[in-house]
Design a protein around this ligand. Structure first.
Ligand code: UDX
Length: 430
């Protein structure tokens, strides 16, 4: 039998971590203060959409390796490892709000046995591990940084087939104990000191955000010179030093991590008088890019020459394979369209996004319902079904003939053959 693990926080990170750690043979209790969420989980249901997670949830429950509870203290008392998977949302100045983490740390500290190890999974400000250590009443309790690199929509794969498992600890013995929880993945373990481990997480996200901002900026340049950004991206990616991933142009980056982590990294760097200006610029350009995408769309709307326009929007989540709409570029761009001075009736379809109707659009349940009779269609999230929907069906359902594809998922020539025009930033128009 594996070790007794307490996971605190049943969000995207806590649920994926807890359920996957149980699938590796550890005994896991996942605690959250939301009783509805805990009841749902104990009944074998998920409050989030994450491919592959439901199956592992039910396997863990069936094998008696996975339980859910709201009783934090009870389970802290006999846990060998306490994984902190708590929200660290950005404050006004971009620094992380640590109140959720420190509240839990102070609540459990009096109850931890000397051999317990606190494992910090949340993305936290640099040197948080030493702050948590300093708050411990029992100084024998070790604190280890084990940042997560999970992408929503592929979190299970990322957890069970990680490119690296980063463990930051002051004592190597603590790092080895945490590494042992990842049974069968030991060769992926990378051990370092706590602050370097925290830094690896921020720098990785900062670099990836910068890479996406680069190709989005390149899309705007290709628009200006008449080049094809998809061809440019593919040509660049053939250089193994550049690589294919995170080089896809889009409507800008969003989600619960990139915006938060780039802001926190920039703020932390500024506070140390060593600004990460490249990351600051990536974030600034991301905002500019979303405005430029909205400008391209509103020009297409105005070019229709109508006082009222019917628009079909496909995609609301911040990327495909997730229900998460936090900081979704799709929502930002819809808001920017609404600020243009043309009356737009927007019907939006997304297979999973967890969001209700808003004043700016009404939610419908299928692609057909979103695009029927529309003057214009806008693809804002790269759900595969949007590219699989036949071009002739788009043509027969739409009233207009233009599809703005901000995710570059449609085959322009196929759609052109059906009399449709596909418009993407930085692509020669079909
Ligand atoms: C990210 C990191 O990838 C992950 O390692 C970390 O643990 C958490 O933050 P996530 O927030 O789930 O994961 O999203 P990610 O897949 O990184 O995409 C971030 C944004 O960039 C999305 O809006 C996505 O649409 C956009 N993106 C990504 C692009 O526009 N083009 C790309 O090529 C890749």
């Amino acid at each position: 039998m594996g070790s007794k693990i307490l996971v605190v926080g049943a969000g995207y990170v806590g649920l994926t971590s807890g359920i996957c750690l149980a699938s590796l043979g550890n005994e896991v209790v996942c605690v959250d203060n939301n009783i509805e969420k805990i009841d749902l989980l104990q009944a074998g249901k998920l409050p989030i959409f994450e491919p592959g997670l439901l199956d592992l949830l039910n396997k863990g429950i069936d094998r008696n390796l996975l339980r859910f509870s709201t009783d934090l203290i009870k389970h802290a008392k006999n846990a060998n490892f306490i994984f902190l998977c708590l929200p660290t949302p950005p404050l006004e100045d971009g620094t992380a709000d640590m109140s959720f983490v420190y509240h839990v740390v102070d609540e459990i500290s009096p109850h931890l046995n000397g051999s317990a190890i606190i494992v910090n999974k949340s993305t936290v400000p640099l040197n948080t591990s030493s702050e948590i250590k300093s708050r411990q009443l029992n100084k024998a309790v070790a604190v280890v940084s084990n940042p997560e690199f999970l992408r929503e929509g592929s979190a299970v794969t990322d957890f069970l087939n990680p490119s690296r498992i980063v463990i930051g600890a002051d004592e190597r013995s603590s790092a080895i104990k945490v590494a042992a929880l990842y049974a069968g993945l030991e060769e992926r373990v990378f051990i370092t000191d706590p602050v370097s481990a925290e830094c690896i997480k921020y720098m990785s996200n900062g670099f990836l955000a910068m890479k996406v901002s680069f190709i989005n900026q390149a899309a705007r340049f290709c628009e200006a010179i008449g080049a094809d950004v998809v061809s440019v991206s593919l040509g660049m990616s053939l250089d193994p030093r550049i690589g294919r991933s995170f080089l896809n142009p889009g409507p800008g980056w969003g989600g619960s991590c990139f915006p938060k982590d780039t802001a926190a990294l920039a703020a932390a760097a500024l506070s140390k008088q060593s600004p990460m200006t490249l990351v600051e610029q990536a974030a600034n350009d991301n905002k500019l890019h979303q405005n430029e995408i909205a400008r391209l769309i509103t020009k297409e709307i105005r070019d229709l020459g109508k006082t009222a326009v019917s628009i079909g929007v496909l995609g609301l989540s911040f990327k495909a394979n997730t229900d998460d709409t936090r900081d979704s570029p799709a929502l930002k761009i819809i808001e920017l369209i609404e600020m243009s001075n043309v009356a737009c009736d927007i019907r939006a379809y997304d297979p999973e996004a967890s969001i209700e109707n808003r004043a700016t659009f009404s939610r419908v349940d299928s692609i057909s319902e979103a695009i029927i009779g529309s003057d214009l269609v806008i693809i804002l999230t790269e759900w595969p079904e949007f590219a699989l929907f036949p071009p002739e069906s788009y043509a027969s359902l739409m009233k207009g003939n233009t599809i703005i594809d901000t995710r570059y998922v449609l085959d322009n020539s196929l759609f052109h053959q059906c009399g449709l025009r596909v418009r993407s930033m930085g692509r020669v128009q079909s």
